[in-house]
Design a protein around this ligand. Sequence first.
Ligand code: ZN
Length: 153
Amino acid sequence: MILSTYCLHCGERNNMDEGPQAVDALCGRCDRRVFEGRPIAADEAAFHKHTAPGFIPAVVMFWLMQRDIRFYTSNFDKCAALYEPRARFLTVSVDDLYALARSHNVMSAPTLAVFRDGRLVERHIGLPGWSDRRQSADLRNWLNAHIGSPQDA
Ligand SMILES: [Zn+2]
């Protein structure tokens, strides 16, 4: 199966064979790594590109800048490194893209959402396990259920 995603650096569409080696793919245009093991801070254009049909699933964290959620976002960052190339990880600032968030019925932040084939297919208000220290394991369990475990890549 062919995986398609956009380069983190130059935005070029890249196609690659599915498998563990896909995470090391180099961009056909700029020759840099297509995946860097970190989320993309998406503007509106990047959001629409990465959630479009025909691309790998996108895990999107809608969040509010002013809340002190660095602990949680650092877990999200680690998951990008763990789960790529199964999915592309994006962060969307609700402050900057309020209308976009509302158009996906995001009413509170953080909210986690999985987009597949152009559609929002899963949503989690708050981050899984966010209220206790099991957050990291709960987030991985949630991702395993909705995009598959990294071991199966
Ligand atoms: Zn590139």
